[in-house]
Design a protein around this ligand. Structure first.
Ligand SMILES: *Cc1c(COP(=O)(O)O)cnc(C)c1O
Length: 380
């Protein structure tokens, strides 16, 4: 049996219901709500991360008042002093989660307490004041309730939620800031892959790392993404969709993609994923997949996976499938893995799509929520 991680344990702590939390973030008047016509136009061509809702959640932290001014306000540009410290030193953390509309019209989210525990883990690493779990949960409830008409219902669609915290103090000295903003913005999103799961081509990068020992790899902060962009640009130019990063200490073991965890499915049916080594982001999707596979009697293991072993396994057929996973795309098959000295095709198998089906069925309330992962935001 797997031992639960600290985040998994924290995420099982009880939280108040949405009705109990509602109203913590006071809704401000909105003078200019999106018209029904414009709303219909957005819903007719849902993309990912391009359209935003009418409102956003916002709170501010100061040393004197802690987290205060908790409001739901009209979505719009922020005013930030050019000396705002996030612009210079990148003191920022974020989360990614989704709200789903179930068949009866009610709105739910998936393991929000995992995201709450994780944003606070990220805060600790970046010397940012933690946000109380109740406030985090309330911001999601109050925002989604205000923006309920933006939660789509077509297959594969959802309201993507992006909580984030950044340093807003105007100060160029290098130290943890004394003022922070917490926001949640929301973006109605269509199915990541509208025509079923589409395998991606992945470049294994030997020159760059997204994170290293003692760095920030295991927390969700923009800096790790900044480090991944140049290798991603180069991989795109060479015709690849994503980059697989190796561990910075030895440059021989598989860590993760720039924003997704990776799994390999063995020909004997067992499933492996790199063990959390301090550089790998502990994905909620990764955690969910490990838990439900294990509960179904699948042999799962978290271990150091050498690149050499995985490539040899693909060539010999010992590795049957490979996929990446994360909240946005859920599960993405890896169809090709290449670097300077190898280029192998990974077969497209049934296990990857079964995992996708299972996870999305739980999220949409089509399958029993055996683990208590769903949280109801509002009734129909
Ligand atoms: C967010 C993220 C993931 C996936 O995490 P989920 O909780 O499954 O969405 C994986 N890797 C990185 C670097 C991430 O930032």
């Amino acid at each position: 049996m797997r031992q639960p991680t600290e985040l998994e344990l924290l995420s099982t702590q009880p939280v108040p219901s949405a009705d109990e939390l509602a109203g913590t973030f006071a809704r401000q008047p909105h003078e200019n709500l999106t018209s029904d016509q414009e709303h219909a136009r957005v819903f007719s061509r849902l993309g990912f991360g391009t359209d935003f809702t009418d409102y956003m959640a916002h709170a501010t932290w100061s040393a004197e008042e802690g987290w205060h001014k908790k409001i739901i306000e009209p979505y719009g540009p922020l005013s930030l002093d050019p000396a705002g410290s996030v612009l210079h030193y990148g003191q920022e953390v974020f989360e990614g989660m989704k709200a789903y509309r179930h068949d009866d019209g009610s709105i739910w989210t998936f393991r929000p307490t995992y995201n709450a525990a994780r944003i606070n883990m990220s805060c600790r690493r970046l010397a940012i004041p933690e946000i109380p779990v109740k406030d985090f949960m309330a911001s999601i409830v109050d925002l989604v309730r205000a923006d309920a008409r933006w939660v789509p219902s077509t297959p594969g669609s959802s309201l993507y939620l992006r909580p984030f915290i950044f340093a807003s103090e105007s100060f160029l000295g290098v130290r943890a800031a004394s003022r922070y903003e917490y926001l949640v913005i929301a973006s109605p999103s269509g199915a990541y892959f509208s025509n079923g799961l589409k395998p991606i081509n992945v470049w294994v990068d030997r020159d760059y790392h997204r994170a290293g020992p003692g760095g920030m790899g295991e927390v969700k902060t923009g800096g790790n993404y900044a480090a991944s962009l140049l290798p991603k640009v180069q991989a795109h130019e060479a015709g690849y969709d994503e980059v697989l990063f190796l561990d910075a200490a030895t440059n021989t073991n598989i860590d993760e993609l720039g924003g997704m965890n990776v799994f390999v499915v063995m020909a004997d049916g067992s499933v492996k994923t790199p063990k959390l080594n301090g550089n790998i982001l502990p994905g909620g999707t990764r955690s969910s997949i490990l838990q439900f596979l294990e509960s179904e009697g699948v042999k799962v293991s978290e271990e150091t996976l050498s690149l050499r072993g995985v490539v040899a396994g693909i060539a010999s057929g010992e590795v049957a499938e490979m996929f990446a996973c994360g909240t946005a795309a859920v599960v993405t098959p890896i169809g090709r893995l290449a670097s300077e000295d190898f280029d192998v095709e990974v077969p497209l198998g049934e296990r990857t799509s079964a995992i996708y089906e299972e996870l999305t069925a739980i999220q949409l309330g089509h399958r029993e929520d055996r683990f208590g992962w769903l949280y109801k935001i509002m009734d129909a």
